[in-house]
Design a protein. Sequence first.
Length: 182
Amino acid sequence: MKVYTRTGDKGRTALLGGTRVSKADDRIHAYGTVDELNSYLGLLRDFEVNGKRRDLLKEVQDRLFTIGSLLASDLEKSKVKVPDLLDSDVELLEKSMDQMSEGLPEMRSFILPGGHQTVSFAHIARCVCRRAERLVIGMGASDTITWRIIQYLNRLSDFLFVLSRKMAQELKVEEVCWKARM
């Protein structure tokens, strides 16, 4: 099977189920951003500081593929079975955040992204995650699947923030607090 099909040469693509839409469609923006986020998670997984979290990050990447599949499907027309997002997926993120939060200093102000390249990549992933969440919301979230996706992305952005703080601690780099100029 060839990677190229030439069917998108005129700016249209097919959803699972066969419905053809513009490559500028909100749905395409949403799952394209989820794909971008997934790439950043792969990058974070590759850093040594995340050695003990590799399996967890791989699990999150798997869920992002699930989200991409759901967003790429015309559920009314598709006979293709797509994976599902579960409440337990959100719970895994929450439990992981609780574990990572143990031993972190209490936050007393906003934290500026940075301090170490790895920490910065986690903040970039968090921002991409928030963008994906906004795009899914912009699609007109009216069904249960879409709301579960929004919930997962919302929790994932929190997870990425906590991950950035945990990595900063493990890398022994200073968190730079934002001090408002008054």
